[in-house]
Design a protein around this ligand. Structure first.
Ligand code: PLP
Length: 396
């Protein structure tokens, strides 16, 4: 075992007994290069982060330019920092009316925490509702709304007064009542194995929240920035949440999250108490700069349309007796084999052939396809040939 691998095992905190432990020395577009020279076609994009591809030249240049100006200067909220202001202004311009004030944090889960605090503050209520099979992050508030019991039981007590409703189940909307501060939902569930809302369900959820005065929070940490073939997944239904949570691709490959609400509601965090939510590094100039340029690249290069087209191209080719279902929108896809052991064998077999796929935490019978949105037709075809070969192998 080489020295780097030994140090990785001994000194870096681990999250699983069997990490993939690929030793990547270079990444560009849809391709990762390992130290041993092997190249991998990336169908994971850092888990829905690198939407414009790895190291897009415009993003890299903007980061370098900002490094030459300034890095961290003060905790969030005190100084006027142009990269923050320009990015918030651009995001607000692209979002529906009422989502016009952006609070930048450092990760998706922090965005959820901020959204929960704001919802409690706006409504004066404490009850929080999530959905079955949801995933919202690993900190205590996010975990309270996440529905994966295996990830929760060692951490109790979590937040009090939290409940879960079934995604896509109209009957459960009655559980949302006048004690409810917020309902948090992924407009397309990710970790559940990519579950798309049934026609009318999100609209009915919106109506119920409005009726009882609960805030509707959309977690677009994974679905945002073109992943589903729309810039934001809320565009699929036209349902506008009260609070929108962003992360992953938001920072153009650098760590960042955000929660977005109306200016009036967000202003509640400025008094009683002052500094009602604070973060040292939130809105750091590097992810703000990278995120803004990545967003412009996404729009200028037509990557949202490409996500739709390439998603269709995957679906057309991924037809095989071992596949039960391909679910999703755009390039947020789950290939369901109905069998966790087969999924392991296919993902490992693909890796051996230089195609990187990945699992879901809460849906082991499916694997995900979520490449950079810049993926080309030839790259899709190459990935599909490999996947189909591996499916033949497990089908025997
Ligand atoms: N929400 C959703 C839908 C996610 O998929 C994730 C991460 O996978 C999160 C929140 C948490 O984001 P982070 O890992 O940046 O804290």
């Amino acid at each position: 075992m080489d020295a780097l691998r030994t140090a990785f095992d001994q000194h870096l905190a681990q999250t699983s007994p069997h990490p993939l432990a690929l030793d990547i020395v270079h990444a560009e577009g849809c391709w990762l290069t390992a130290r041993d020279g092997r190249r991998y076609l990336d169908l994971v994009a850092g888990l829905a982060v690198n939407n414009t591809g790895h190291r897009h030249p415009a993003v890299v240049q903007a980061i370098k330019d900002q490094c030459d100006r300034y890095l961290h200067v003060i905790p969030y909220g005190e100084f006027i920092q142009e990269p923050q202001v320009r990015f918030a202004e651009r995001l607000a311009g692209l979002l529906p009316a009422g989502l016009d004030a952006v609070y930048f944090v450092n990760s998706g889960t922090e965005g959820i925490e901020g959204a929960l605090k704001l919802a409690k503050r706006v409504t004066g209520r404490t009850r929080l509702i999530g959905c079955r099979k949801s995933y919202h992050g690993s900190t205590h508030g996010s975990l309270s709304l996440t529905d994966n019991e295996a990830k929760k039981y060692r951490n109790r007590p979590l937040l009090p007064d939290t409940r879960h409703i079934r995604f896509n189940e109209p009957a459960d909307l009655d559980l949302i009542d006048a004690q409810t501060a917020a309902v948090v939902v992924e407009p397309i569930q990710g970790d559940a194995g990519v579950r798309v809302p049934a026609p009318g369900w999100l609209q009915a959820l919106r109506s119920r929240c409005t009726e009882v005065g609960a805030l509707l929070v959309f977690d677009e940490v994974q679905t945002g920035f073109g992943r589903t073939g729309k810039l934001f997944a809320l565009e699929h239904t036209g349902v506008v949440p009260d609070i929108l949570v962003l992360g992953k691709a938001l920072g153009g490959g650098l760590p960042m999250g955000a929660f977005v609400a109306s200016r009036e509601r967000m202003a509640l965090l400025t008094h009683d108490p002052v500094l009602g939510h604070i973060t040292t590094f939130g809105g750091h100039p590097l992810p703000c700069t990278a995120g803004l340029v990545a967003l412009e690249v996404l729009l200028k290069d037509g990557l949202v349309t490409n996500a739709r087209k390439m998603g269709g191209r995957f679906r057309q080719q991924l037809v095989h007796p071992a596949i039960r279902e391909v679910r999703g929108e755009g390039l947020m896809l789950a290939v369901d084999l109905g069998d966790p052991e087969r999924v392991q064998r296919v993902v490992n077999g693909c890796l051996d052939e230089g195609v990187l796929g990945f699992w879901f935490l809460s849906c082991p019978q499916a694997f995900r396809i979520a490449p950079p949105l810049s993926i080309t037709g030839d790259e899709v075809d190459q990935a599909c040939r490999t996947i189909l070969r591996q499916l033949d192998r497990v089908q025997g």
